[in-house]
Structure formats: C-alpha cells, structure tokens
Design a protein. Structure first.
Length: 326
C-alpha cells in the first residue's frame, strides 16, 4: 500500500474527480482544471487557490475537478508531463511558477491558461502585452519592473550597511530567474557591492552551494522562484548555520527565521487566481483578461534573527516594515 504522501513524493498525479452524475453550475458539466506547479505539494499556495474557488461557489466533488501535478524533483520530465496534460484536454490549465507556464504555452494555443507567479511575461514571450495578453494565456505576474526586483538587494544593504559581499541564489533552469539576476547585478554595481551568483537547480545543490559560499559572502538574496520557494526551509536553516543575513521574496521565509523578506503576498495572489478561472469558465477569453501585477509589496523583518546576527536594524527601516517579528 502507498499512502497519499508517498504518491506526492513520487511525482504521481493526484486527481480529485467529481462524479459526472451530480449537478454542476451548468447541468451535466463538471469543469476540469489542471494545477501544474513548479513546486512540491500539497502546499499553502495550492490550498489558497482551492479556497478561492470555494469562495466563488465551486465544490470539488460536485461541479469541478482539480488534477494536481508537482514538478519539484522531476524537472527533467517537463516535456512528457506537458504533453500528457495537454492531451487530457482540460477546460483550464493553471500554472504555478514560470517554467510550467512556458512549457504549457509552447504546447497548446487552444486550452485556456491562467499563469500564476510568472516573471516578465511580456519580455519572456508569454504575452503580447500586460493589458492585452492575446492568445490563450493570462494570469498574475510577480514583478512590476526590474527596479522592484533590485529592491531586495537595496533593502538588505540598508538593514546591514557593513555588508559588501552579497550572494544571490537563482535557478538557471527557470528563465524568469535570469530576469531577477540581471536586475540585482545592476543594482550591485551601482552600490559598489560584490555580487556572487549561485545556481540552485535541484535540492541537492543547496548543500554544495552553502559549502562554496562560506567565507565568500556576508549576505544572501534568495529570488522568488518556485524551486527555491519549495526548499525555503532548507535555505533558511543553512543560512542560519552560516550566520548569513538573508532576504527572501516571500514572507513565510522570514517567519521561519530569515532576516527579511520583500515581495507580493503569494497566498493572496493564488486566491485571486481562482477568479480568473471562474471568468474563463463563464466564457471570458484569456486574451480579454489583463495580466494582473502586484498592487503591494510587503516588507517583513525578523528582529530576533537580526539580534542573533548582531545586526542593528535602522529604526527608519523598521518603521517602514509591514510586519516586524519580535
């Protein structure tokens, strides 16, 4: 016997099927949604998406079915998984993270796609424009401008001005991660900081990277990228052991013990993504739905971690924080 956790770990699809005999929003129709994620699961972002659907009146087992596919640890299988999902002909494909959005967009021009947490969708070729994406894809972007991405480095240096050698964790397998890296490199040059980039393409790379960065960097920027989000706990723990001041692109890493975080509310973003699925189900074409951008970025600071690192956060920065963890 294999339990549910074992199925998830093995990368096998977990499908919640709704019986065809029950009454759906439209008589006889059970809407089939694929949730195709760069991360491991189940996770809080997928749970938030499901809550969003529930708030809109959908019920798994009555009028909607959701098929989940988690790709963390199975990155080499993108082509096969994408082909399989497209051949299943769902009503909507929801992608979580940049790589699955790129893969699905290449594989189908017909199935509606709601791409969540993508980076640079226009520059990356996913959409014609933010306001009129065109084609079969719409969704929610993680960033507004390259300057917004560079803000992570600026905030880390403002919190700890003595830091001059900064590391950046990125994933070269994720095209969106390159967008962050280019912006942060420019910011480092303008502030006369030394920036070393460390590529993390799988979980096993984390230990190797932290062995190589010890003594070479004093702080660390961790980009808001799907694989790095999946293993944020490992990275937080490794940074604590290495005594590194770290800023992430997602707030729950700060709650786990990172020094800081700056980025959009991902849980809220995935909840709002359900509304786009609802609109598509009701007949709106993806091309008619503008790609949403974050309205607000949250700054969270962990004072307890700052004390452990012997960092005195400037009062002016603490006053600007959306949340201060004591």
């Amino acid at each position: 016997m294999i339990d549910r956790r074992g199925l998830v770990a093995s990368g096998i699809i977990i499908t919640v099927l709704a019986p065809r005999s029950v009454k759906a929003q439209r008589p006889g129709k059970v809407w089939r949604v694929v949730f195709f994620s760069v991360a491991a699961g189940p996770n809080p972002l997928a749970d938030s998406f499901r809550r969003g659907l529930k708030e809109l009146g959908y019920s798994e087992g009555r009028d909607i079915s959701i098929q989940y596919r988690w790709m963390a640890g199975h990155e080499s299988q993108y082509d096969d998984v994408t082909r399989e999902l497209v051949q299943s002909e769902p009503d909507v494909i929801v992608t979580a993270g940049h790589p699955p959005a790129v893969a699905i967009k290449k594989a189908t021009a017909q199935i509606p796609i709601v791409a969540l947490a993508v980076v640079n969708p226009v520059g990356g070729g996913l959409a014609a424009s933010i306001s009129h994406p065109g084609g079969n894809l719409t969704g929610f972007s993680l960033e507004v401008t390259p300057e917004t991405n560079a803000k992570m480095l600026e905030l880390l240096h403002e919190a700890a001005p003595k830091l001059t050698r900064i590391g950046a964790l990125w994933n070269s397998a994720n095209p969106g991660s390159r967008f962050y890296l280019d912006a942060v490199k420019q910011a480092a040059q303008s502030q006369k900081l030394t920036l070393n980039a460390y590529d993390v393409r799988r979980a096993e790379d984390i230990d190797t990277v932290f062995r190589s960065l010890r003594g070479n960097v004093e702080g660390l920027v961790v980009f808001p990228e799907g694989l790095l989000w999946t293993y944020r706990r490992n990275i937080v723990d490794a940074a604590r052991e290495a005594q590194l001041a770290t800023i992430f692109g997602y707030r729950d890493a700060t709650e786990m013990g990172a020094l800081m975080s700056y980025g959009p509310d991902l849980v809220d973003l995935f909840r709002r993504g359900a509304a786009y699925v609802d609109k598509i189900i009701k007949g709106v074409k993806p091309a008619e739905l503008p790609i949403q951008q974050p309205a607000k970025f949250e700054l969270v600071i962990n004072v307890k971690t700052a004390t452990a690192l012997n960092i005195g956060i400037p009062p002016t920065l603490l006053a600007r924080a959306d949340q201060v963890i004591e």
